[in-house]
Write a protein that binds this ligand. Structure first.
Ligand code: ADP
Ligand code: MG
Length: 198
């Protein structure tokens, strides 16, 4: 159903993101990461799941560095069709990463922290102000987030995006399997998604 609409939008948003220069990615990512590092959800979380950026994704290295020695932080590894998060703790963590599926830089199988994560940083190709997200079309984050939420784990999810990836005034296409993020952080604003009362 919404599949074609999704893939059309993915391509459109990715093309725009891929047209950013490295200095632009660096500068905008610095602003986004500073917003994350200073927000209360980050400050209060003891265990954080990040991602390691690939291609033109918002950078996360500053956030990860801000965690080391203070909080537990992990990165995803694709295993058996799902993502699992493994802790990174060493200050030379970047050199320790290996190349995994899709050319992603992944952690070694150290200590798994998937079920302990309370704040998850989520990459994406587009987000809207209701927290709907378009990923890369594989559903890894939908499956991971729904697993934690179904287990009753109090997880806070934060989409990191450049401001042009935030669709305002219209909804992205979604299905019942798409998990919404609780917040979207761009270089210009923080969108906290309003949740209906349970
Ligand atoms: P993305 O979120 O990466 O943009 P989609 O939302 O299109 O990609 O999901 C990709 C595939 O993953 C779809 O076929 C979808 O049905 C499947 N999927 C998503 N969430 C789940 C889930 N909780 N259980 C099983 N399959 C899922
Ligand atoms: Mg999805």
């Amino acid at each position: 159903m919404a599949l074609n609409a999704k893939s059309h939008l993915r391509r459109k948003f990715l093309a725009r993101r891929n047209s950013l220069s490295r200095p632009e990615i660096y500068e905008l990512s610095k602003l986004i990461q500073n917003r994350v590092i200073n927000c209360s959800e980050f400050l209060s979380a003891c265990v954080i799941g990040s991602y390691f950026p690939i291609n033109s994704e918002v950078l996360t290295q500053n956030i990860i560095s801000a965690c080391l020695g203070r909080k537990q932080v992990g990165l995803p590894k694709v295993e058996d069709g799902e993502i699992r998060f493994y802790e990174i703790a060493r200050f030379d963590w970047i050199e320790q990463l290996c190349t995994g599926k899709y050319g992603l830089k992944e952690p070694n199988k150290s200590k798994e922290i998937s079920d302990s994560i309370r704040l998850l940083l989520v990459p994406g190709t587009a987000f809207d102000t209701s927290g709907h997200r378009l990923g890369y079309g594989k559903g890894y984050y939908d499956r991971f987030i729904s697993h934690l939420r179904r287990s009753g784990i109090p997880l806070f999810t934060m989409g990191l995006a450049f401001d042009f990836q935030l669709m305002e005034g219209a909804s992205l296409p979604y299905t019942k399997l798409d998990e919404q993020v609780d917040m979207v952080v761009t270089e210009q604003k923080i969108i906290k998604v309003m949740k209906p009362n349970p």
